[in-house]
Write a protein that binds this ligand. Sequence first.
Ligand SMILES: [Zn+2]
Length: 75
Amino acid sequence: MNCTRCGKPSRVVDTRQPDAAGGVYNGRIRKAGEVASWYTSDIVVRRRVCLDKHEWFTVEITTEDVTSMVEEGKP
Ligand SMILES: [Zn+2]
């Protein structure tokens, strides 16, 4: 995944389930996980950093959960 700000390649520097104990970025990991943790606890949050040290979080959830979340969100 390339950086959303500068377009340079990034790498994953931390991978964690949001409710895992310990770690410097716990609060931010938990906050990032809130995009999906309201629906399922089966999620993984990754902290990514690009070559220019920009930093962001991504969330990994199953395609089944994504489909269900979208279906439930429809009016
Ligand atoms: Zn960048």
